[in-house]
Design a protein around this ligand. Sequence first.
Ligand code: KG4
Ligand code: ZN
Length: 337
Amino acid sequence: MCALLLAIESSCDDTSAAVCRDGVILSNVVATQQLHSEYGGVVPELASRAHQEKIVPVVAEALKCAAVDKKELDAVAFTIGPGLIGSLLVGTMFSKAFALALDIPLITVNHMMAHVSAHFIDAPLPQFPFLCLTVSGGHTQIVLVKDFLEMEVIGETIDDAAGEAFDKIAKMLGLPYPGGPLLDKLAREGNPQAFRFPEPQVRDLNFSFSGLKTSVLYFLQKQPEGFISEHLSDLCASVQKTIVDILLKKLHKAAKQYGIRQIAIAGGVSANSELRRRVQEMGAAHQWSVYIPQFQYCTDNAAMIAICAYHKYLKKDFADHSIVPKARYPIASISQK
Ligand code: KG4
Ligand code: ZN
């Protein structure tokens, strides 16, 4: 079935639009909101206002880059949740208006499902079933991926997400928001064995990161002045190693428990160089086939929304205009729809 789709992502602080023809990404434009760094974190009200300003030019740019006229589009897809409600509303209202004006169907996409779908953009595609460790700023999940649209969360964080741990600890170290990528960079110069932080004991395939955050805080409070700047790269490397250890231990446990050797990582934290290196290393040791997304498809982007929407389009899984976004939106509520 021929499908030319426009997809919109506006769940947090990136305004993004992508155009996709028959499952092939033609354009993917991302406008990241810089304004939050001076506040040390995303300010939801400012994020929604910035989405309002950027959404029209970002969509225009995506159509232009794809050399597509809006009248050619077959459907409009957008992120329905999870995310910041004000930010989600901007993408939702824009998409509804766009679909109404062009008289084309609407497709809703779950943001966490779309992170996994980043693996369906380019070959080689993982074989079903595969396990995906989806690590972002708001979520940490191990997902059993049975098909393009059939996914089950088999483990998740009971408190903070991995990206949140990176960002909050980076903030304690005096790094600007978002600290994750900067901590990654500084860690390259540091010794990961320099400091030891405790790993949580969490049952099953679940994670916890709030204890690590607290133990780093208490550790830093006990140190003399100037300690952080003197040991910055060692601190970054040690924290990063602990987070990656926690993630990979559970991923390994899940692979063993489910007898699955097709392993993927996704989400903003999958851009982390140590996680990328270590999952490859672990894969080689356990004969896994490891799938790591291109950098541009790790952090929030509309290409992943478009590819997920393409599979829904093939099933004619369209949404009614009465649908509303939700800040919390478990994967199951989409696949059971
Ligand atoms: O998936 P994403 O773009 O947005 C959400 O859906 O939350 O993930 C953003 C998260 C942030 O916490 C950011 O610090 C983290 O991904 N992140 C990283 C790296 N790049 C992005 N964390 C560690 N190392 C990185 N290189
Ligand atoms: Zn995300």
